[in-house]
Design a binder for this molecule. Structure first.
Ligand SMILES: *Cc1c(COP(=O)(O)O)cnc(C)c1O
Length: 484
């Protein structure tokens, strides 16, 4: 084959993907809408695609790129003279490392037993993954069911001697609202507990706005670390986030070094060994090109579009906006018992060419239930299409209103209640998924009944079935027919 033929094959694989550009995919991807970014980022990526960021002494260029990115983040987000940081592969890794560092600090200071991670329920799922990987116990803290913000009084109750870290979001992913960072950080500091601000999604937007209700960054007393994703509103291609720590001691807690093998001496600041430098170089180039002014312009235009979108969505009969969105995310919920079901709304939006992310209803441990919502991430490319989006949303709401509420199959729910998910084999999970309408790993066109089912199942069963879907999606394609 010629390289052209190979590339044509590869491009053909993308035919079934949601679009990465144009602003209609309102989760997963971040399109600035600026012509020129793609080409610049690709060229920067290409220049560094064979470089290994594993060893910044062999590749000083990489150290420089990382220092520039961390420095830019520290400047933007209230870093003090002692602030340091690490470039990671993404928000999840930044969150993981923040938890690891806090756990190591807790142990170093004499903590015994199993450390705890204090999480308002709206904190990103990455922190649950961190607790799972690094063996911390999650303390779920209910949020205010109306504002969806963390409740300082509830957080305070969880700040005991086993609390290794408390997390607040700026803003939260599910609802785009700002936690009371100052109040929580002060309570944490008084209790001697570090406080992480998860600004993965908002950290490259909020600093450029003039209507942010309160400070949220490293300048807030008590905040010890902060994460911000360059592959979100830094408008860099995938694979770059920054974890800032208020002081170098804390950063050491997530670094790993060993001389305990006969190979090369190892120092790894992140989870990876060999590290791609391409995404870092791309982020560096995009940052250098857009500059503060470019980001400020994009953030302000996108924020204005978000405000217009929120107002327009709230004016559609049967819909409301959850809480007070402070950045460029909006969560839309059903307004009143006769309002529009947002899981149906998601399907109707899909039919009209928009990906709006459905978020199932959530029963808060020790708190009032949170409603199902639709999550909309507004980027530069969506900002110029808000009128079209609102027109389609209104049309989709009418169509959704005409449908009966999605209900989970009562037989399946009853059967699931008796299941021990840990005892299920892969084949049994496959069979259950077949019954649930997602056999073969192909999702049905209308997902509302599936989301309703997930919400109705006991959480551990739902989690096992969700993993089962990916188990069906990821089946190796073998060139030779394998018998047996
Ligand atoms: C996106 C996000 C994360 C996780 O980041 P990934 O880059 O998807 O791994 C964590 N926290 C918040 C608030 C986010 O928006």
């Amino acid at each position: 084959m010629t390289p052209q033929e190979v590339l044509a094959e590869l491009t053909a694989l993308q035919a079934g993907d949601v679009p990465t550009h144009g602003g209609s995919t309102m989760a997963y991807v971040y399109d600035s809408g600026r012509v020129g970014i793609d080409h610049l980022a690709a060229a920067a990526q290409a220049a560094f695609q064979w470089t290994n960021a594993l060893d910044p002494t062999a590749f000083p260029s990489v150290a420089r790129i990382e220092d520039d990115l961390v420095g830019a983040a520290a400047d933007l987000l209230g870093g003090g003279p002692a602030t340091v940081g690490t470039v990671t592969s993404g928000g999840t890794e930044s969150c993981l490392l923040a938890v690891l560092a806090a756990r190591e600090r807790w142990r170093a200071r004499g903590g015994t037993g199993r450390p705890r991670l204090v999480l308002p329920v709206t904190a990103h799922a990455a922190f649950r993954k961190a607790a799972h990987l690094f063996d911390l116990e999650v303390v779920d803290v209910a949020v205010d069911p109306v504002t969806c913000r963390a409740l300082p009084s509830a957080v305070a109750e969880a700040l005991d001697a086993r609390a290794a870290l408390v997390v607040v979001s700026a803003p939260s992913y599910p609802h785009g609202v700002l936690d009371p960072v100052g109040e929580v950080a002060a309570l944490a500091a008084a209790a001697g507990v570090p406080c992480h601000v998860d600004a993965c999604i908002g950290g490259w937007v909020l600093p450029f706005l003039d209507d942010v209700p309160e400070p949220f960054d490293l300048s807030v007393p008590g905040v010890t670390s902060l994460s911000v994703d360059l592959h979100k509103y830094g408008y860099a291609p995938k694979g770059v986030s920054v974890l800032l720590t208020a002081e170098p001691e804390l950063r050491q807690g997530h670094w790993f070094s060993t001389a305990g093998w006969p190979g090369y001496p190892v120092v790894n600041p992140t989870l990876a060994g060999t590290r791609p430098a391409g995404p870092m170089a791309a982020a560096w180039a995009v940052h250098r090109w857009l500059g503060r002014d470019g980001y400020a312009e994009l953030a302000r235009a996108t924020r204005a579009a978000t405000v217009a979108l929120a107002e327009g969505a709230a004016a559609i009969p049967g819909l409301r906006v959850v809480g007070t969105p402070v950045a460029t995310l909006v969560a839309i919920a059903q307004d009143g018992p006769d309002g529009v079901d947002v899981l149906h709304l998601a399907d109707e939006a899909t039919a009209r060419g928009w990906l709006l992310q459905p978020q199932p209803p959530f029963a808060q441990p020790g708190g009032a239930d949170l409603p199902a919502t639709l999550h909309l991430t507004v980027t530069g490319a969506t900002a110029v299409r808000v009128d079209a989006l609102l027109a389609d949303l209104a049309d989709a709401a009418c169509a959704a209103a005409a449908l009966p509420p999605p209900v989970a199959d009562p037989g399946l729910v009853a059967a699931a209640a008796t299941i021990d998910p840990a005892a299920l084999t892969v084949a049994e999970v496959d069979a259950l998924l077949e019954l649930a309408g997602v056999g073969g790993g192909t999702l049905p066109e209308r997902m509302a009944p599936v989301h309703a089912l997930v919400a109705a199942l006991p959480r551990p069963v739902a989690e096992r079935l969700l993993a089962g879907v990916l188990d069906l999606v990821y089946r190796p394609r073998r060139e030779s027919a394998v018998s047996g």
